[in-house]
Ligand binder design. Sequence first.
Ligand code: F6P
Length: 328
Amino acid sequence: MAVKITKIGLMTSGGDAPGMNAAIRSVARTCAYYNIVCVGIYRGYEGMIEGDFKILTARSVNNIINKGGTILKSARSKEFRTKEGRKKAYSHIKKANIDALILIGGDGTFTGGLLFSEEFNFPVIGIPGTIDNDIYGTNYTIGYDTALNTIIEVIDKIRDTASSHKRLFFVEVMGRDAGHIALNVGVGAGAEEILIPEEDLGLERLLMSLRHSKQTGKSSSIVVVAEGDKIGKNVFELKDYVEEHLSEYEVRVSVLGHMQRGGSPSCFDRVLASKMGVKAVESLLDGKTNYMVGTINNKMELTPIKKALKIHSEINKELLRVSDIMST
Ligand code: F6P
C-alpha cells in the first residue's frame, strides 16, 4: 500500500544548472498548495548523510526564480556510493519523518536515488536538471536552454575577433559524455565543424574540411569541440596538429569552462522547471515512485528512472546533417 505523503525531502545534486532554483521554488510552493511539508536537503547526498535539513515554506523561496546556481547547494558525494553512507542518510531521513524524496540532478543523482529507493523501499521522484541534456525520457533538461544561450553569446564574440584576425578557433564546450550542447551551439553559432563524443569525425576529415574552407574563400573559422569528444586529441593538441599540417592557419583555443553553468535561467528553463516541480509533487501524491518527470512533445510524462538511466539519449542525426550542409 502506498505511504501517505505528508513531508517531502528535496535536494539538488551533481553539477548545478540554471533553473534549479525555479524547480526548488516550484516544489516548495506545490507542497504548500497541498499542505505538505517541504524539507530542503543541503549539498545533495552529502547533506543527506549529515542531516543538513531545513524546512522550505512557500515564502522561503521568494525571489529565487531568476537566480542561477542552487540555493540548496550541490555536491558529488563519494560517501553516498557506499552502503554505509546510504544507511547514514536513511537514518537522518527517518528521524526527520520525511516520507518521500524529490531529486533534482542528472544521471549520477538518479543512480544514487534508485539505489537508495530500492534498498530502503523509499519513494523517489527525479527531476532532470543538467546543462548536458543527456537524459533519456525528456526532450529537455533544466539548464540546457540557458547554457545554449550563454554559449552562443560567447561564441558570437569569439567570431568577432576570429574574423578580424582571420583565425581559426577551437572552442571547447561542456559535455563529458554527450554532444547535445556542442551540436546545437555549433549549428546556432555557425561553426565550421563540430566534434562530439557520439561521432568521431577523424583527424583526416577535419583537415580536409578546413582545407576546403580556405580554398572556398573562408577567412576565419570556428570549430566547436565537446569536452568528451573522441577524436583523440584535446583542444590544445588539436591546435598544434592543425598548425603543423595546415600552415595557412593561425589557430587559437578557447575553453569556456564553468561559466556555461552559471547565469540567470532563460524563460524556457524557468517555465520547464515550474512545470516539472508541480508534476513531481503530484506524482508522489498519486503514489508513483522511481519515476523521472520529463517533457516529451510538450507534454509532462513519467519515465521509470531505471529506463532513463539505461537508455542513452540519442544525438539528433538530422541536426548533424544540417550542420554538414551548413559548412559547405
Ligand atoms: O554534468 C554537467 C557537467 O557540467 C558536464 O558537462 C561537465 O563535464 C561536468 O559537469 C563538470 O563537472 P564538475 O563541475 O564537477 O567539474
